[in-house]
Design a protein. Structure first.
Length: 409
């Protein structure tokens, strides 16, 4: 008869004898006791694991629920129609609105920003979405990524920012642009350069068409931005002619809207902040200088239309509705309901006297023109982003301002 082993102990083959029976009962008792201890230990471990894991499960459920509630509605695109899109400077004022547009259109969007002037909060409502990625990266360093389109918006754009660090501004617009063109060449992507109306300088032609070469002071306080954008355009067309890179160039005129920085030194944000604080609205010079402001949603629609067009020549994107700086000061005073006085200070160096886009090319070749008029919408205070994406805390005229530079930009 075989001898059965239980946990290393053996049953006695002489189970009929009293000694054998006692031995077998002892072995079985030891086995049952060991199993009981083992099961109790396993239950304690499982209970401890469950105690640790359950709060994590609850946290994940809460996060999933909040993400589901937070994301704006996104279109479904087939694999064939969905593009992989890179936006440099995508956490900035204009870049974040472009991110919203492309995400809601159903594309895969990668935002690259070094957060010098951009803010993470501008795009945080997309974090966690399967189509969105945010990378902390400076474009002066090479980037290796597979994309179909590149919107190159990275650059300081307000006077205090680019005058504070003119070398950084030049590097971003030269080395950064070279890096993005190199990336476009490697992966066969189309690149859109966000240029500026500042390439026209203090224009001697009015309004400014794309054929106008400009009137720029190459050593003035604004030169790092103006000339940086001019050479960026030159590099784009050099890569197009020599390397066959598909490029698009948008010359962006003054733009405003939600997510403007209140301390960025540009005229609309300056006036709003001063009016809200009851301080004098500072006008540099006589206030007769003119600007033409477009709302950010109009600009974003123009950028997307240009990217997806066959137009390789520069295109002005701006609102031809022209107003003096003094008119803007009065308009914002009225919208805010402020009793602030208007204070006239000495004129800033190289401040353009007139700025108005000729948008015939955009109308004819893109079918684009701005639809929001200045003063057509109310002033919005605290969280002024058009739905669906929530905007960060801030103040904005719900439609208008960007590009350009100088205190009256």
């Amino acid at each position: 008869m075989p001898v059965t082993a239980v946990s290393g102990q053996h049953f006695s083959p002489c189970a009929s004898s009293p000694e054998g029976l006692a031995h077998n009962l002892a072995v079985w008792g030891n086995f049952v006791n060991m199993r009981s201890i083992q099961e109790t230990s396993e239950l304690k471990i499982e209970s401890k694991i469950e105690e640790i894991v359950e709060p994590l499960r609850e946290k994940i459920r809460d996060l999933e629920k909040s993400f589901t509630q937070k994301y704006p509605p996104v279109k479904f695109l087939s694999e064939k129609d969905r593009k992989r899109i890179l936006i440099t400077g995508g956490a900035g004022f204009v870049g974040s609105h472009l991110t919203d547009k492309l995400m809601m259109d159903g594309h895969e969007v990668t935002v690259v920003d070094n957060f010098f002037t951009g803010r993470k909060r501008n795009v945080e409502h997309w974090i966690g979405h399967e189509n969105f990625e945010l990378i902390n990266h400076d474009v002066v360093e090479p980037l290796y990524i597979e994309v179909d389109q590149i919107y190159h918006l990275a650059s300081p754009a307000s006077p205090p920012n680019y005058m504070y660090n003119p070398i950084k501004t030049l590097k971003t617009n030269t080395i950064g642009t070279l890096n993005m063109l190199g990336l476009a060449k490697r992966v066969g992507a189309r690149l859109l350069l966000a240029s500026t109306s500042e390439v026209y300088g203090d224009p001697e032609v009015h309004p400014q068409s794309e054929e106008y070469w400009g009137h720029v002071n190459p050593i003035g306080p604004r030169a790092c931005y103006d000339e940086g954008k001019r050479v960026a355009e030159t590099m784009c067309y050099a890569y197009m002619k020599q390397e066959g890179v598909e490029v698009r160039v948008a010359r962006i005129f003054n733009t405003f809207g939600p997510r403007m920085h209140m301390n960025d030194g540009r005229v609309v944000s300056n006036f709003i902040l001063q009016a809200l604080q009851g301080e004098p609205l500072t006008v540099y010079g006589s206030g007769s200088q003119t600007r033409a402001f477009q709302y950010v949603s109009d600009l974003v629609n123009g950028l997307v239309a240009l990217m997806n067009s066959n137009v390789s020549s520069p295109v002005n994107l701006g609102n031809p509705e022209e107003h003096t700086i003094l008119e803007f000061a009065q308009l914002i005073k009225n919208l805010v309901g402020s009793g602030s006085e208007i204070q006239f200070l000495s004129e800033a160096q190289d401040d353009p006297q007139k700025r108005k886009p000729d948008i015939k090319r955009a109308k004819l070749m893109l079918g684009w023109e701005p639809v929001v008029r200045v003063g057509a919408t109310p002033l919005v205070v605290k969280g002024s982003s058009p739905p669906p994406p929530p905007a960060p805390q801030g103040v904005a005229l719900a439609p208008r301002l960007h590009s350009g530079a100088s205190r009256q930009t």
